[in-house]
Design a protein around this ligand. Structure first.
Ligand code: DLL
Length: 433
């Protein structure tokens, strides 16, 4: 099936806005009735669903943050009873507890269609063989793309991450035409292909659909020339649905946001005020079709700007600029979201108190690495060498279990981490993307 949804993607703006308003009113009614958090927030502001008479009334509603989701862990933000939920995913919160997302049967269908739409826009058809090199599991990436590719009718290889040589063998033997992964993994694959001396004629790659982390035009050129494919960007976040919020078409001039399913706004991250059209600021998204886990004015933390001009492809949907930075301190390490606060909590709980530390992020070759440097304190110094080693091992393990990533932990001499006005920068991100 070719999912080129012209009805929704090429709508006149006033028709689209009418559709958005109808869907917005329905969702506001539903969250007011079914989600205590929203009802309480609306009551505090003296808002009832009937106050939402136009799209501009959206700004009357409160913004929703990751902290709100953390406070309602695990199922507090669900708008349907658990028996109607057919899938549960989760993603990092700012604390040791993750955020939990639920999907009804209909949510899965809508999500699959949204993914099928960006895959179609990028050029994928039912004739393609799609190799999905995202982590299968609680992460929304792999399952989201998987169901979307099946909706198109493509042949899906649920490869998962890692095992780069096997990925390459499968690519050659199963004649993969579409690679789906993080952009940094695509570069790691290109490195390995070159190291192994693989003949490009043995590969059938045509398209690369990359997302889950920021990447630049420079990286796009590098991936396209080294893997001999057309690379497009796609964007999404678990709290809002997963992949399928926005994606580039083959013009590669911004990511089309599926505005029949999401209302985008750009706010000033400091004040929360909505910024004029075209300004750069934090992207805020409201879901219009989700049943189990609707989000009203969710602060994504991603900095971008929107362009409402019609694209050369004919789509009238707003396009967002590639995301290169965030308004908060969330790090994305090999596609995994990590908050420094999660690492600090893990460190301080093992150390049983505050300990001077610094996180250093680097891109070594294609892959990100995260190092935790801890200054020796009297308490740590007094430990025998063996105990020091197991202390570091415990920290590494605790961080691994909370964040899902591997951290190198190193002890350094007291006061050896540089300070500015007596303060240590908690995170030093040396990556140049
Ligand atoms: O990363 C969903 C996804 C998976 C999107 C696969 C695309 C492909 P989370 O793990 O919740 O969900 O991480 C969401 O990742 O707020 C951005 O900061 C970042 N991000 C996702 N896609 C892009 C992209 C998935 N194309 C967070 N460019 C988001 C830049 C991206 N950043």
């Amino acid at each position: 099936m070719n999912i080129w949804d012209q009805t929704h993607e090429c709508m006149l703006r006033d028709e689209l806005e009418q559709l958005q308003l109808e869907r917005l009113q329905a969702i506001i009614n539903r969250v007011h009735k079914n989600v205590t958090h929203y009802r309480k927030k609306f009551n505090e502001l003296g808002i009832i669903p009937e106050d939402i008479c136009s799209l501009s009334d959206l700004t009357k509603l409160p913004l929703t943050t990751k902290d709100d989701l953390n406070l309602n862990y695990p199922y507090g933000m669900f708008a349907v009873p658990l028996r109607e939920v057919v899938r549960i995913h989760s993603s990092s919160g700012t604390t040791s507890k993750p955020i939990v997302m639920g999907y009804t049967k209909n949510d899965i269908k809508i999500w699959s269609n949204l993914v099928a739409r960006f895959m179609t826009a990028a050029g994928v058809t039912h004739d393609d063989v799609v190799q999905i090199a995202f982590r299968y599991g609680l992460f929304t990436g792999a399952f989201g793309v998987h169901y979307g590719a099946e909706t198109i009718g493509a042949s899906v290889i649920p490869m998962g991450t890692g095992n780069t040589e096997k990925q390459i063998m499968i690519m050659q033997d199963y004649k993969t035409t579409v690679l789906v992964s993080t952009p940094s993994y695509a570069i790691a694959l290109a490195d390995r292909i070159e190291q192994l001396g693989v003949d490009h004629k043995s590969l059938s790659l045509k398209f690369g659909l990359f997302g889950g982390e920021p990447w630049s035009e420079k990286m796009r050129k590098e991936i396209e020339s080294r893997l001999l494919l057309s690379a497009t960007d796609n964007y999404g976040l678990s709290e809002v649905i997963g992949p399928g919020v926005a994606g580039e078409c083959s013009c590669k001039k911004g990511l089309h946001i599926y505005e029949d399913a999401f209302i985008p706004e750009i706010i000033d991250p400091e004040t929360g005020a909505v910024l004029p059209s075209g300004s750069a600021g934090e992207l805020v998204l409201t879901t219009l079709t989700k049943e189990a886990f609707p989000m009203i004015r969710y602060r994504t933390g991603d900095i971008t700007s929107l362009d409402y001009a019609q694209c050369e492809c004919g789509r009238t949907l707003a396009r967002m600029k590639k995301i290169t930075r965030r308004s908060d301190d969330m790090l994305i390490i090999r596609g995994v979201n990590v908050f420094p606060s999660q690492i600090e909590d893990a460190l301080f709980s093992v150390a049983q108190g505050e300990t001077p530390y610094q996180l250093v992020v680097e891109r070594k070759g294609a892959m990100d690495s995260l190092e935790l440097i801890i200054e020796v304190t009297d308490k740590i110094f007094s430990l025998e060498l063996q105990k020091q080693r197991s202390f570091l091992e415990m920290i590494k393990k605790r961080i691994g279990s909370v964040t899902g990533i591997n951290v190198d932990v190193k002890l350094v001499e007291s006061k050896s981490i540089s300070r500015q006005k007596g303060k240590i920068a908690r995170v030093v991100d040396k990556r140049q993307i």
